[in-house]
Design a protein around this ligand. Structure first.
Ligand code: TYD
Length: 207
């Protein structure tokens, strides 16, 4: 039987890395058979593509190129890492997936859903996530908590206006896709971790 596919989404500073670590620790403690991976990246070729996308020097990159590079990194990651793991029954937890492209490139960059859906057609049709956990915090609160953006990261440098659009994009996706579940993450990290585990248990995704 195919393993469960769990993806995490959120704006910059939502505490995604911490929550992924806490969930991994929990799954390890109960002996679950899982892998944790990330986008863009997760395989050798995809990590190389990641460096091009996020390189702060690549200011000339057009929006379509950016979207296509995320999609290219994703299909390689899917074929090489995610699909084989799912097919052997492993649970796969992925830090970001197609909804990131829809929120960032589709909504915030303004490329539109149709274009993003087309270039991510295989991921959407053959390997949709069983559940997407959206760590919900406004960009204003997230920036305060994080104390500013990483100057070396091209996307983080985009400023609050861009990240507010990303957040609005996620909210629009939430309204449309019942597989995306919002978990408020403005409280303590332990509280959020418990709410994430509860959600995944209630949906019979984890034990
Ligand atoms: P990363 O350092 O992994 O950020 P985070 O910890 O917030 O996940 O960098 C990934 C960046 O790429 C992040 O700013 C979100 C962005 N992104 C897109 O714009 N589109 C995508 O499809 C994906 C996967 C990520």
């Amino acid at each position: 039987m195919r393993g469960k596919f769990i993806t995490f989404e959120g704006c910059e500073g939502s505490g995604k890395s911490t929550q992924l670590r806490l969930l991994s620790e929990y799954l390890t403690s109960i002996g679950a058979d899982f892998i944790l991976t990330r986008e863009p990246g997760g395989s050798g070729i995809s990590e190389d593509i990641r460096k091009i996308i996020l390189n702060g020097k690549n200011t000339a990159m057009c929006d379509e190129c950016e979207a296509l590079l995320y999609a290219a990194a994703r299909i390689q990651h899917l074929r090489e890492i995610i699909a084989p793991a799912l097919e052997t029954g492993k649970t796969v937890i992925c830090d970001r997936y197609v909804y990131s492209s829809l929120a960032y490139q589709g909504f915030a960059r303004g490329l539109g859903e149709k274009f993003i859906e087309e270039i991510n057609a295989v991921a959407l049709s053959d390997y949709p996530p069983d559940i997407t956990v959206f760590l919900d915090i406004s960009p204003e609160d997230a920036f305060k908590r994080k104390r500013g953006a990483d100057v070396n990261d091209r996307i983080e440098q985009m400023g609050l206006g861009f990240h507010k659009k990303v957040y609005a994009g996620y909210k629009a996706l939430l309204a449309k896709h019942p597989d995306i579940c919002a978990v408020y993450c403005g409280g303590s990290k332990e509280e959020t971790a418990e709410n994430v585990r509860k959600l995944l248990r209630d949906r019979k995704i984890i034990n």
